[in-house]
Design a protein around this ligand. Structure first.
Ligand code: DC
Length: 222
């Protein structure tokens, strides 16, 4: 049996990671994991348990007690926490507001990184997040860092919220995005940044299909 291959895609909020990663995984016939959903699951659990988001020890204790399971399905992957499917609740504004703080806690990251590495050992995968190329899968077959200007990312996020029936003010969307970027890129533990051997793709003027093709040729040539 050949060993599984991994493709790492990182980038800031609304850089197109999930859309590109999902399409790429379909194209290559491998699994797809959006690791942001795992940090979101931890955040939702903390909110539900009434844990103070600034209390790092309490957050760490809670997260190490959670059982987070990914169910790989044809109709899209689902995330279970302690056996309960919470996938549809992970993109709520409440979770958006606290997820960067929760994911900056080193003990939370170490639990997630271990799980993500175990998942990558099971089968070939496209994994997206903030630290996949730098920390989670340093041996990935291809490391991609997606970027886009703040304006384009805010536009994409605004459209996504509208499509989800959560209309939002454009300036507020931009402010929330910069706030999260600042925490994700400024934290001490595995900050958002391209790895030294990552390929950076600027996606302002590229469609999802075009970005996927650039990555496919990179994977095939490497
Ligand atoms: O990609 P997203 O917006 O769903 O991610 C939610 C948060 O999780 C984001 O603010 C940063 C964090 N995150 C992380 O720190 N490391 C990852 N590998 C994925 C997400």
């Amino acid at each position: 049996m050949t060993s599984p291959i991994s493709i790492a895609i990182d980038g800031p909020v609304a850089s197109g990671k999930s859309a590109v990663g999902r399409r790429l995984a379909e194209r290559l016939g491998v699994r797809f994991l959006d690791t942001g959903m795992m940090y979101r699951a931890a955040t939702l659990a903390a909110i539900r348990a009434g844990v103070d988001i600034r209390d790092e020890d309490a957050i760490a204790r809670l997260v190490s007690s959670l059982e987070i399971t990914v169910v790989w399905g044809d109709a899209g992957d689902r995330l279970l926490v302690d056996g309960r499917d919470i996938t549809d609740e992970l993109r709520s504004p409440l979770v958006d507001g606290s997820v960067s703080e929760v994911s900056a806690v080193p003990a939370v990251r170490s639990v997630m990184v271990q799980q993500q590495r175990a998942i990558a050992r099971e089968a070939s995968i496209v994994m997206v997040g903030r630290d996949i190329g730098t920390v989670v899968l340093p041996e990935a077959k291809a490391k991609i860092f997606l970027t886009a200007s703040a304006e384009v990312r805010a536009q994409r996020r605004h459209r996504e919220l509208e499509e989800r029936g959560q209309p939002a003010d454009r300036d507020e969307v931009m402010a929330a995005l910069s706030h999260r970027d600042k925490i994700d890129a400024g934290r001490d533990d595995s900050p958002l940044k391209p790895d030294d051997d990552a390929t950076t793709i600027e996606t302002d003027r590229l469609g999802i299909g075009e970005v996927v093709e650039i990555i496919v040729s990179k994977v095939e040539s490497g």
